[in-house]
Design a protein around this ligand. Structure first.
Ligand SMILES: Cc1ncc(COP(=O)(O)O)c(C=O)c1O
Length: 446
């Protein structure tokens, strides 16, 4: 089949076939019929993602390589940040963001076991897992409804002399009050880590200047697991404008090593064999010098190749999510006596991940979601609801040690009891959104 062809010609032929395969067998347009299944999220892609993936496979570099370098550059450009590190999941991104703050290279600002981190319990567990595992005390404050984000009026009361970090997610795309939280962190010399896994593309204005969420604090994180704003199957990213934090992130990601050479690269710094490190012999190979107790959390070039095609679609994905949000909001306006509808944070333009509602008194969430699910509409909880109530907290709850709660978590508990969300992903059509609104109305008035 490849007789008399160069490798480049053979590759082109394969990629053309992949394009045709994708166009023929994937993403076939089907008109929506009421009752058809409406998932809360789905991958949205075309032949570009698939041919990039196959191209990376034919290259067979496998580990992070040229697509990774391209993705990190383009993702940083998209967000307007200096540094981006691709990793294998959003949870790994959170792990790295947190662990970077424990580096001895940060001097007095190094986060140490028994220090405290202000956060919320109404969210996804892996925002706080790294702190718990490292022995840092999460201090939980309540959230506001209908923003479902940390209540900034609680921040000062939650502060102690051991507080070093604020780390929280922008819930389902709606950002927390970044201006207030940033001011609080600056005032008390705290690190701010934005878990941006559910909010890629959200923008926020401070003093007339627009920023992407994830780029206002010291470090931001993203997830590229399929339901998220863009995907590469599994994947994540950590981003920052601080050169030293970037160095720590990369070191923890790449086995804890001191050297910044990429896979396959040697002697980038030009001092591979002539420096003194720790108590090692003079000139010990820099490639094998470890400045941290790190991990290996790199992604593969196949994942990055998919990401390179997805990042180009981000502006249209974000626009579609906003369109879907406002269409569903409009469709549900008349249910305001039954449901608390979502409200965007002031000064923000959310890139919504989902449409989160809270059932008002007299409306049973279980009855509503059972009705929706039985009509083909997939529903989701706000992840853990109240994370402290989960089995992973059993030992800490029993001993009363390892975490702190500031004030009451009344709204967090209400969310656990009464809230749920449905999807807004860019593959949804107006017909699907209108059907969801109709069924949701039926569900709350049944
Ligand atoms: C807010 C938040 N943070 C972190 C994660 C973890 O991302 P991943 O599934 O890529 O590990 C998720 C997962 O969906 C999330 O919703």
């Amino acid at each position: 089949m490849f007789d008399n062809k160069t490798e480049a010609q053979a590759r082109e032929e394969i990629l053309n076939m992949v394009t045709e395969y994708c166009d023929t067998y994937h993403n076939k347009k089907k008109t929506f019929e009421p009752g058809d299944y409406i998932p809360y999220a789905s991958r949205v892609y075309d032949h570009k993602e698939m041919s990039n993936l196959v191209d990376a496979a034919l290259e067979f570099w496998l580990t992070s390589g040229k697509y990774t370098a391209e993705f990190e550059k383009r993702f940083a450009e998209y967000l307007g940040v200096k540094y981006c590190s691709l990793v294998n999941s959003g949870s790994s991104a959170n792990l790295l963001a947190f662990m970077a703050l424990t580096s001895p290279l940060l001097g007095e600002r190094q986060v140490r076991p028994k220090d405290e981190m202000i956060t919320v319990a109404a969210g996804f567990p892996t925002t706080i897992t790294p702190a718990v595992q490292y022995g840092v005390i999460p201090v939980f404050i309540d959230v506001t409804i209908p923003q479902y984000n940390l209540d900034v009026s609680q921040l000062e009361a939650a502060l102690s002399e051991r507080t070093k970090v604020v780390m929280a997610a922008h819930t389902l795309g709606n950002p927390f009050d970044l201006h207030m939280v940033k001011q609080f962190c600056d005032k008390h010399n705290l690190w701010l880590v934005e878990d941006n896994c559910d909010a890629l593309g959200t923008t926020y204005q401070i003093d007339g200047q627009e920023y992407f969420t994830g780029t206002v604090g010291d470090i931001g994180t993203s997830s590229f697991y399929p339901p998220h704003h863009m995907t590469m199957g599994e994947g994540g990213a950590v981003y920052t404008n601080h050169p030293l934090l970037h160095k720590c992130i990369q070191s923890f990601r790449d086995w804890g090593r001191d050297c910044a050479c990429k896979p396959g690269q040697d002697n980038l710094c030009g001092h591979r064999f002539d420096k003194q490190y720790g108590e090692l012999p003079l000139g010990y190979d820099h490639k094998y010098v470890y400045s941290h107790f790190g991990y290996n959390l790199k992604a593969t070039d196949m994942q990055a190749a998919i990401g390179c095609a997805q990042i180009e679609k981000m502006p249209e994905f974000v626009e579609k999510r906003r369109h879907n949000f406002y269409r569903l909001l409009e469709g549900l306006k008349e249910c305001e006596d039954k449901l608390v509808l979502p409200v965007p944070c002031e000064n923000s333009s959310p890139s919504w991940f989902g449409f989160l509602v809270t059932c008002k008194e007299g409306v049973s969430r279980n009855k509503v979601i059972t009705y929706l699910e039985s009509h083909g509409i997939q529903t989701r909880m706000l992840f853990a609801g109240n994370l402290i109530k989960h089995p992973c907290f059993d030992q800490m709850r029993a001993s009363g040690e390892g975490y702190r709660v500031n004030g009451s978590l009344e709204n967090t508990d209400r969310i656990m009891r009464d809230s749920f969300w449905v999807g807004l992903y860019p593959g949804m059509t107006d017909e699907m959104i209108d059907y969801m609104a109709k069924i949701m109305k039926e569900a709350v008035y049944q």
